[in-house]
Write a protein that binds this ligand. Sequence first.
Ligand SMILES: Cc1ncc(COP(=O)(O)O)c(C=O)c1O
Length: 386
Amino acid sequence: MTNTLSRRNWLRTSALAAGSLVTGLSVLDKPAFGMKPFKGTYGLREDFFPPAVNEIKARLSANENPWGPSKKAVAAIAESAIKGNRYVYNSSREMEELLAKKEGVSPDHILLSAGSTDILEKIAIALCMKGGNVVSADPSYLSLVKTATAIGATWKNIPLTSDYAHDVDAMANAIDGETKIVYVCNPNNPTGTLTPVEKLKSFCKQVSSKVPVFIDEAYLELLDNPESQTTVGLVAEGYDVIVCRTFSKIHGMAGLRVGYMVANPERIKLIKKLVRTEMGLCVTSLQGAMASLGDVEFQKYTRENTKINREFTFKALQKAGVTPIPSFTNFILFPIEMKPKEFVEKMSEKGVSVRGFEIAGKNYGRVSIGTKDEMKLFVSTFNAVS
Ligand SMILES: Cc1ncc(COP(=O)(O)O)c(C=O)c1O
């Protein structure tokens, strides 16, 4: 498989620079960022957003799709505006049926939402309102963890392995009687790396009888072969696995807010008992999303051009003397010499918005993949500020 091969390849060639402590293959089971797990330190402690500036020439900070939405989605949105006097019920039922067919489940396994953030937060509230803990990788995406910890749960953060995969054995060992949910982001944000699906599936089979496993597949559809890397089949097999998807990435609809989860009907009822998620949906966005699902050509275009521009940017960073972390997504994480706040500000001043992170005391930049012109501007600006 291309993904596995290329990961092996970079492991061999890049010697895991990226600011980490380790070199070579002899240290595969050590944490990638040299950080300590949940006794005291958090790997991803600081996340620096670009400041609001007047003129942004390239917005490369939020992993958006520069080509979206698809023309078919835009047409469906315009056509459906006239239906805006009615609540979404008909469109939402139609969408649930469409997604159920796509994911090989019945419609009662689908919960629609206004973007996947809505689901991440609501599942955290539903499961952690009486405390407990969440087990997840570090660094990883923090929406669910932030909501859970804000309402009183604790976070058991498990360092990624030195090849930036989820350390499923350490995660399984961290689960205790107080664990309410395990969160897995695959491919992972902010590293852009992929945990092999077979590892994840056996982990889910092992632990989901004790605790639900939430798999955030926001970037999955950007892979060459998404069907082979999804864990969604486990839901139909009856495992307590919650798979979450978004229309913000491959479909280029971040501002239109559509996401969904595929889960056991009991998990969906848990959220529906608490909140009326459907009331956050919008009829135009749903119609746009349905049209986008059918626009396979647009998805292919996004996938191919993301890959081309990612490879261009990766090589340009290498040429600049940086060792980026090989990515399977529409963003790249790379070590930087200066403080992340300073880096983000300097780039923004020149019209390029990026993100900066402090992870286990080390400094990183993250750039989203935009159009070729945007990536050329990123590279020249990066060279000018470095
Ligand atoms: C891993 C991951 N999950 C979820 C989201 C939230 O996406 P949205 O709420 O737009 O669906 C993001 C956004 O960047 C993400 O990176």
